[in-house]
Design a protein around this ligand. Sequence first.
Ligand SMILES: Nc1ncnc2c1ncn2[C@@H]1O[C@H](COP(=O)(O)OP(=O)(O)OP(=O)(O)O)[C@@H](O)[C@H]1O
Ligand SMILES: [Mg+2]
Length: 446
Amino acid sequence: MADDLICANRICLLDEHTANRIAAGEVVERPASVVKELVENSIDAGATAITVTLEEGGKDLIKITDNGCGMTRDDAVMSLQRHATSKIRSADDLDAIATLGFRGEALPSIASVSVMEVVSRHESDINGVRLEIEAGTIINLESVGAPQGTSISVRKLFFNTPARLKFLKTSQTELSHITDLIGRFAIAYPSIYFRLVHGSREVLTSSATGNPLNSITQVLGKDVAKQLAPISFETPAMRISGFVSNPSLTRINRNEQILFVNGRPIKSRTVTHAVDQAYRGVLQPGRYPVAIVFVDVVPELVDVNVHPTKAEVKFSSEHEVHSAVYKAVNSALMQGAAAPTISDHPRRPAQPLHLTPDELRPQQPSLLPSAEVNMDAFREALARRREEALSAEDKEDPFVWQKGEGVPVEESPVPEAESETPRTVALRSVKVIGQARNTYIIAQCD
Ligand SMILES: Nc1ncnc2c1ncn2[C@@H]1O[C@H](COP(=O)(O)OP(=O)(O)OP(=O)(O)O)[C@@H](O)[C@H]1O
Ligand SMILES: [Mg+2]
């Protein structure tokens, strides 16, 4: 009778399974999306160790095991229902979200497009619970012995959504998305031990020392880590911290620009634009610095409920965030780095401004230990290198590291939309007269 009333006309209320499948279309794009949601749940559960096991890039198996608080039998059953969450209680809580999850959508969405197994034991229980779920329906529920924490296995992802299944890329490509993601989490949560295993191969482990530089070294490598300078800026509402690369270390894309807002890996035009602005005039066009930027902002000033996979956020004052990030990066560059500029007095450095680990931290024999970066040593070493560079004259090459130039900086407004399309410049009466270092076109105009 009730169903008849609900579906009396042309418009019908969709059943829970259909609604979950539709939600999955937004939340679960590929294996990496599943890993993201499950790892976020583990972090929210207070886990200090998270293991991700994959088969075939996650297409055959994704298994996430954590040592977090675990779930009781009732909660484990409840967790598979749409809009069931332990993280918020009412709409008011949306204004100050302190957890990574809050929608109560991830588990039912993933369960609706896979074959899932949940094994969990809550810290207060003696026995654990095991659930088997197929396409969103619980087909088995039993008590089991289990360590405290939760282990969720997802098999046959998209088995009932052929269009999505076809869209999946090779195992290697899917694995690389997941490796990238776990690397980001390892950097953002340096106190959590992360382990990523693909088949019989261990792909990544983080040592959980609590020091982000150690995680960065493990994820991005020693050569990158030793060329990073710390950034820091604080306002009453936010704190910017992280690391940016010496201008001699650049990339052809932004893959090594890693941003976190309140511990959440995100993409933000505001933050990337602020970083670009700080490096303006320092880097060649088309080159990007390595940057790891943590924005910690009071939860009331950031809306995390703006993107289906929570990959973007909205700041209540984008300008304030832009300005803070810009100042943090700019001040690190002004204190420690010089800008390569074209000069009438041709000179160039004898070698690039690479700092050795010892120069970064003279007191510490090993690379990037848990101590803070010694900024004084960093600046001194850079100044020394710059002096060396300036004394090495080379009349054939018109590119120099100019002493005392710093970074030519000027803040510009945050762009409305980021465009990867190069700016078109009217090239009226420009005559090409040569090329330098196989990179720069030298032109003359009227
Ligand atoms: N690994 C875990 N350990 C403990 N509890 C968990 C774990 N995973 C899920 N849960 C519980 O299940 C609930 C539902 O998880 P789900 O991911 O679907 O929603 P959410 O995290 O609350 O919100 P969102 O959809 O935004 O991720 C969580 O609120 C949490 O209480
Ligand atoms: Mg969640």
